[in-house]
Design a protein around this ligand. Structure first.
Ligand code: DX5
Ligand code: ZN
Length: 219
């Protein structure tokens, strides 16, 4: 079954509790939490204090995506905030060694480790990390903003990750983020994506949150 991870970035921040409760009652398994620092990406979202409060309002899996420079330092700020998984960006690290240090630090904290690549980064750069991560996040938009258009040309990365996982007997989850709706989500699932992040589609005015989640779950 597909994992659906609604992105809180598209929630109504003046009614955050209601939106977290709506998520909690829905059939979505994960909640996606986008942290942006205004440096690694040209936008600032929200940080650890709000995450901690969100965590107190749901027992569900918190899928945290950190779009920040210096993830090795930044992950320490998340101690005690309830993240089940933290996905950092390959491009935010100086080199592979630093990526490996981030993964190890997360493991030592008892947090699952995910790594993400931006659209212009070839997925093969992740080879030295793939036997150590729990999840790979393929960005299908430039990170920084919700509501952008899905880039179908990223699907080759998902196919490659699927084949590599099979050939090397690995077990990371393949997740996709950016422009996901019923149509693009179907495309992603056809390309072996098991976890779908969706912000504007889940929190839209045209269909209900539950309908959006259930549509993605059924893909
Ligand atoms: C973009 C974020 C996404 C964003 C997705 O940088 O990483 O998680 O919330 O929003 P939609 O689903 O609207 O593209
Ligand atoms: Zn995200």
């Amino acid at each position: 079954m597909t994992i659906v991870s609604p992105s809180l970035l598209s929630a109504d921040f003046l009614h955050l509790q209601q939106d977290v409760e709506m998520f909690d009652r829905s059939n979505a398994q994960w909640l996606h939490y986008d942290v942006m620092d205004g440096n690694f990406v040209p936008n600032i979202s929200f940080g650890t204090k709000i995450l901690k409060q969100v965590n107190s309002a749901t027992e569900k899996f918190l899928d945290v995506h950190i779009m920040v420079a210096n993830p090795l330092q930044a992950i320490d700020y998340f101690d005690g905030c309830g993240a089940d998984l933290i996905t950092f960006h390959y491009e935010a690290c100086q080199n592979d060694e630093e990526c490996l240090q981030v993964i190890e630090k997360l493991k030592n904290k008892g947090i699952k480790a995910g790594v993400s690549v931006k659209p212009n980064t070839p997925v093969e750069v992740l080879i030295p990390l793939l036997d150590k991560v729990d999840l790979v996040l393929v960005m299908t938009v430039e990170p920084g903003f919700g509501g952008q258009k899905f880039m179908p040309e990223m699907m080759g990365k998902c196919d490659w990750l699927y084949q590599y996982r099979k050939d090397h007997d690995l077990n990371y989850i393949i997740e996709v983020d950016g422009g996901i709706n019923a149509q693009t989500g179907k495309t992603a699932v056809e390309h072996h994506c098991e976890a779908l992040v969706a912000g504007s589609y889940c929190f839209s005015n045209t269909i209900s949150f539950d309908e959006a989640v259930d549509t993605l779950l059924a893909l």
